[in-house]
Ligand binder design. Structure first.
Ligand code: ADP
Ligand code: MG
Length: 697
């Protein structure tokens, strides 16, 4: 690998290149836009476009693309070349400020949730200067936002950018009130830890379920799973290490701060964590990371699975959204400092997060809901579907003392004595980790742990930012009217902790008792996407987004429609794939195998009545019985899928139906299928087994 410091960001039009290539005044104007969110002048855009193009062409690029995040769940791009005809029949390479700022992809084939008719095809992409342009495959990629001709938001970036600005403006007001006049901007930061599976491409190609749906719909467990706990942090296999090293290199070139890599709990499962960045860049980089992972895997004859539950019986994949808020003066607002008991600023921001998570637990739940993640939440491998917060012993005790009005004394960091001379003693963290909590305080940030591995993190983050901004603006209104500010903050913080302490839970989130306890506390427990998504359009949630200028009701309803529709379609595809696998391959394979058993039994009988045919006949009868149930269940599933047509036009009812009926039948069909796999000769079984896939790299 080349020198990493030279390699890093070599494919990015970042700050250093801007300084080198832009006239001073242009550079300063652009910096103002990036840092302070000031509007950008077209003359500045022209100069930037030209410099970007010159750099890209020097790097061998012929094309540019606006890169955006429509509601499909993946990113979109439309490539245009830089060529422009010159007078003499030749071409020159050109790129204007207008082309940089605005693109016009046809919007009609992107999901809009009925927000606009297909004949109103026009959509616009708009340059996001806060996320740097980069080069991939000889193309200049320009991060952009995406909206319709009439201005409705059609993407995941716009609400995120709006929520960041909203949170910034409110937090700055609060900080000014507290005397921090020098703060002019507040930014939310995110470090997303990304889990994924890596399997052999040869196995993948033989599994239509993985190809069409990203997860295995059939598959009996292998003799070994994750029970020995020998994969987590285990030594990395050569092939995987080669992939990871290549991945790091590609990501570093793109300016992604890939930092940590290790094996995860399930066989063939791994994790990558970057160093945190602003929410916006972290989101773009996470989208990029997922795309690059897939491409690099291909080069190694591997396939990277980002589905939340590719294999039953072993852990699925999630994403941990580490989130914090910091000022342009370099202060992390969620850092308790040495004396959190007297740090009113910290207490105030903590109170805002506690109140937000309690009041908008439904939004946090639904923002991580997906057909894939439904398999994880509440399945004792991921946080439950119930949203609660973990503060740890120290902070938990502080909050309790504030509620009780008693004195609190921080334990501070204690020494960890290793008891071995050659090992250094060190300071212990003030609290242990709680791996079961969906929303855990981890020192100076919160870790939202319920995200699915394939999720675009823009969505949970715009919701989180918005709800915290809302609480902060309520706090501001109350505090700015106070005569004695300190007394008012103390009273406010105490009131908030008292009223919202029900959201705080430091125990085991996987336990049965917690489900009952959470119900007593009145916390939501939405087990599936349709149940959770129904609350997106609750009045309090629409009010939240409208009041804070993030989305209007029509846009929220559109998103609600898109999510439900996508869920139903995914389950529909899964059901059709299962039916196809059952009818075309599994049933015929079992019939063939039973046929060969019958032939063998008959041949033996011919030889002599004395030869035992027990092995054949017992297998024949067991398999024939299961096969009958399997075929009947396949037919049942087919009728159930046909029935779904009844619900067209009512997306919530349709999604509920898919969950209650189709999903249940799929589970039942799978049980019969897996039972037959256990009993059928590997020679006859049409698909690679779990053992071959999970231990095949
Ligand atoms: P663990 O696996 O123990 O949860 P990691 O070290 O793998 O922790 O990941 C922690 C993540 O939190 C990293 O991506 C890190 O950059 C991120 N992080 C650290 N500080 C902040 C912060 N202030 N804001 C957002 N993310 C942060
Ligand atoms: Mg983590």
């Amino acid at each position: 690998m080349a020198n990493v410091t030279e390699l890093f960001g070599s494919m990015v039009f970042g700050d250093r290149k801007m300084q080198e290539r832009l006239p001073r005044t242009t550079y300063n104007a652009l910096k103002k836009t990036i840092k302070n969110g000031e509007p950008l002048d077209i003359s500045v855009a022209n100069a930037v476009a030209n410099a970007m193009k010159d750099w890209a062409v020097e790097m061998g690029c012929t094309h540019y693309t606006h890169w955006f995040q429509p509601m499909t769940g993946i990113t979109a791009e439309k490539h245009d070349s830089f060529i422009c005809p010159a007078n003499d029949g030749a071409v020159i390479m050109e790129f204007s400020g207008k082309e940089l700022i605005k693109g016009e992809p046809d919007a009609s084939s992107f999901p809009s949730g009925g927000i606009r008719a297909t004949f109103e095809a026009r959509g616009y992409t708009t340059w996001d200067p806060t996320s740097p342009a980069f080069i991939r495959d000889k193309t200049l990629y320009i991060p952009t936002a995406f909206c319709s001709y009439t201005g409705e938001v059609l993407d995941k970036k716009t609400p995120l950018l709006r929520s960041m600005e909203k949170l910034s403006s409110v937090a700055v007001k609060v900080l000014h009130l507290l005397g921090k006049e020098d703060v002019t901007r507040v930014t939310t930061t995110v470090g997303p830890e990304q889990e994924y599976f890596l399997i052999d491409k040869k196995m993948y190609d033989k599994r239509p379920d993985l190809i069409y749906t990203g997860r295995t719909l059939f598959g009996a467990p292998a003799p070994k799973g994750q029970e020995l706990e020998d994969h987590y942090f285990g030594s990395i296999k050569t092939r995987v290490a080669a992939f990871m090293s290549d991945l790091d290199e590609e990501l570093w070139k793109l300016g992604v701060l890939a930092k940590t890599k290790h094996n995860e709990v399930a066989p063939s499962q791994h994790e990558l964590a970057p160093i945190f960045a602003t929410s916006n860049i972290a989101t773009d980089h996470n989208e990029l990371t997922m795309e690059v992972m897939k491409k690099v895997a291909e080069r190694h004859g591997l396939v990277c699975l980002l589905h939340e539950k590719p294999f039953a019986g072993v852990n699925g994949s999630g994403k941990h959204n580490n989130w914090s808020i910091s000022t342009n003066t370099g202060e992390n607002l969620l850092d308790p400092g040495k004396n959190p008991e007297s740090n009113l600023q910290f207490q105030l921001f903590l109170a805002a997060v506690v109140k937000a998570v309690h009041e908008y637990q439904d939004l946090l739940r639904l923002t991580v809901a997906s057909a894939g993640n439904d398999h994880r939440l509440g399945a004792n491998e991921a946080p439950p579907a119930i949203i609660s917060m973990y503060l740890g012993d120290d902070l938990g005790a502080l909050v309790q003392s504030i509620i009780d009005g008693t004195d609190y004394c921080s334990r501070g960091k204690t020494d960890m004595l290793t008891g071995v001379d050659v090992l250094a003693d060190f300071k212990k963290d003030t609290s242990d980790r709680n791996r079961t909590s969906p929303f855990a305080f981890t020192g100076n940030k919160f870790e939202f742990r319920a995200l699915g591995s394939s999720l675009n993190i823009g969505c949970p983050n715009y919701m989180l930012n918005t709800m915290v901004a809302e609480e902060l603006s309520q706090f501001y209104d109350e505090l700015s009217a106070a005569d004695d500010l300190n007394a008012a903050i103390k009273a406010l913080v105490r009131k908030v902790f008292t009223e919202h302490q029900n959201i705080i839970f430091n125990g085991d989130n996987y336990s049965e008792e917690w489900v009952a306890e959470a119900e007593r506390r009145g916390l939501c427990n939405y087990r599936s996407l349709p149940e959770a998504m129904a609350h997106f359009v609750d009045k309090k949630n629409i009010d939240l987004f409208e009041k804070n200028g993030i989305l209007v009701e029509g846009e929220i309803r559109a998103r609600y429609e898109i999510e439900l529709d996508c869920y139903s379609k995914q389950l529909h595809i899964e059901a059709l794939t299962m039916i196809d696998m059952a009818e075309k391959n599994i049933t015929p394979a079992v019939i063939d195998f039973v046929g060969s058993l019958t032939e063998s039994a008959l041949a033996k009988k011919k030889l002599s009545d004395a030869v035992s045919t027990y092995a054949e006949t017992s297998l024949i009868s067991e398999l024939s019985e299961t096969l009958e149930s399997f075929v009947k269940k396949t037919d049942e599933l087919k009728s159930a899928v046909d029935e779904a047509a009844k619900y067209k036009g009512d997306s919530l009812a349709e999604a509920m139906y898919y969950r209650k009926t189709v999903f249940e039948l799929m589970g039942q069909l799978r049980e019969f299928g897996d039972a037959m796999e256990r009993k059928t000769s590997a020679k006859y079984w049409p698909y690679p087994s779990y053992g071959e896939i999970l231990f095949g790299v």
